[in-house]
Design a binder for this molecule. Structure first.
Ligand SMILES: Nc1ncnc2c1ncn2[C@@H]1O[C@H](COP(=O)(O)OP(=O)(O)OP(=O)(O)O)[C@@H](O)[C@H]1O
Ligand code: NI
Length: 309
């Protein structure tokens, strides 16, 4: 069953430079128990998709299309209706863990507070908190539960906010750049934590990240965004091992294990997008005719937006 279905999602921002088309006709879905990762360069429109799913887009955003959660349309429903889903059904791992923690409350209590709201009996709070913290790769979960946020490192705080998001047993977890700004050790722990979730196999996750190594390790499905559009979407193992779109090929070639070959050029401005292929100017194998904008089509069980594929 699909826990999340995004169809024909369009998000645009009116600006002085013109209409910034941050998300264009985006289509993808996430199955229950699956980890779906969206990758792409800065400004390609990854976070905007997460914000649309979580009703976190700014007021001035022009939004159209459909986002279905467990079969129910949620994109343009009232904030009052959406607030019943937020936290319990759909939970966000915030980018800034420090701002989302209460500095005066012990970490275990902050997890237990969520358990309480979700109706978990008081006598189970302590054992449930310990098991949640263990799943997050904390070597001493009891000690973490008894600590205050300032006593933890940045990486530990990041994992704790994930624990708080998981405590409500949400059916869908959205994580935007969970390894951003973490040092080597903290990033390693965070990756371990997501690998634990993957092994558990019950959590549905939409992850947005620049971290291609993390994406490759944990994703079941991967979507590649370029200039606000998906250019490739399909099983992550295939996308990483045999990319089809020339942009995906360029991203993979830039990975350290593949020789770190940088991709030349820049993506076009989202307020002045060309009519044809957005990747045309950077493409190592551009098509001769570039009048028609390529559509997503199926190739080898994947969706690809390239007229040469
Ligand atoms: N409120 C806004 N007003 C105008 N433009 C915006 C607004 N929010 C986002 N954008 C633009 O939309 C585009 C997509 O932004 P988004 O944050 O989704 O990119 P991203 O892929 O998540 O990038 P990063 O990897 O840097 O986080 C960017 O060009 C951004 O400048
Ligand atoms: Ni982002």
């Amino acid at each position: 069953m699909n826990i999340l279905e995004v169809s024909e999602l369009n998000v645009a921002f009116p600006t002085r430079r013109g209409l910034v088309r941050a998300s264009q006709n985006v289509n993808f879905s996430v199955k229950e128990g699956e980890i779906c990762v969206l990758i792409g360069e800065t400004g390609s429109g990854k976070s905007v998709i997460g914000q649309a799913v979580l009703h976190l887009l700014p007021q001035n955003a022009r939004v159209s299309g459909s986002v279905r959660y467990a079969g129910e349309e949620i994109l343009l429903i009232s904030e009052q209706k959406f607030s019943r889903l937020r936290g319990h059904e759909i939970s966000l791992i915030p980018q800034n863990p420090t701002g989302s923690l209460d500095p005066l409350m012990r970490c275990g209590q902050q997890v237990a507070e969520v358990l309480d709201v979700c109706g978990v009996p008081k006598e189970e709070h302590s054992s449930r908190t310990t098991s949640i913290l263990s799943a997050l790769s904390f070597s001493d979960p009891e000690l973490v539960a008894a600590s205050y946020p300032h006593e933890l490192s940045g990486g530990m705080r990041q994992r704790l906010t994930t624990g708080i998001a998981l405590a409500a047993s949400p059916r869908l977890l959205v994580a935007d750049e969970p390894t951003k700004g973490l040092d080597y050790a903290a990033r390693k722990r965070t990756i371990e934590m997501f690998l634990n979730l993957k092994r558990r196999g019950t959590d549905s996750v939409l992850m947005i990240t620049h971290d291609l190594e993390l994406a490759e390790m944990i994703a079941d499905q991967a979507g590649v965004l370029y200039s606000g559009e998906l250019v490739e979407f399909g099983p992550a193992a295939d996308v990483f091992s045999s990319p089809l779109h020339p942009y995906t090929k360029g991203l993979m070639a830039a990975l350290p294990k593949n020789g770190m070959t940088p991709m030349p050029g820049m993506c076009p401005g989202l307020a002045q997008l060309p009519d044809g292929c957005y990747f045309h100017d950077r493409c190592p194998t551009p098509c001769e005719e570039n009048h028609v904008h390529p559509l997503m089509h199926e190739v080898c069980g994947r969706q690809v937006r390239c007229s040469r594929c």
